[in-house]
Design a protein. Sequence first.
Length: 107
Amino acid sequence: MSEDCIFCKIINGDFNTEFVYENDYAVVFNDINPKAPIHLLVVPKVHVESLNELEDKNLMGELIQTVKDATKKLGIKSYKTLINTGKDAGQEVFHLHIHILANKGEK
C-alpha cells in the first residue's frame, strides 16, 4: 500500500466507500466522475502503479475474473472495460484499475 494513494486509502476504508463487490484480490466501487450510466472501478488490493508494472500473472487473471464476477452479481450483461496506462493515456490515479462502463438499458 502507498500512503499517498487515494485508491489505497479507499481500500483501507478511510473514506467509507461502498464496495459493490469485493474478493481477496480486489474491490469494486462506483466511479465518482462517471462517464456512463454505470461506471465501476475494479481496483487491486495491492498497490501496482499501472499495467506496465503488473508482473503477477495470477493477479492479472484474478482482476479479469473480478470483472466477470462483479458484472454477473450486478446483472450487467453488456459492458466495456478500459485500462488507462500512463499519464498520456489518461491515467489520473496511479494505482492500476479497470473501468467497467455500461448503459443502464444493458443491465
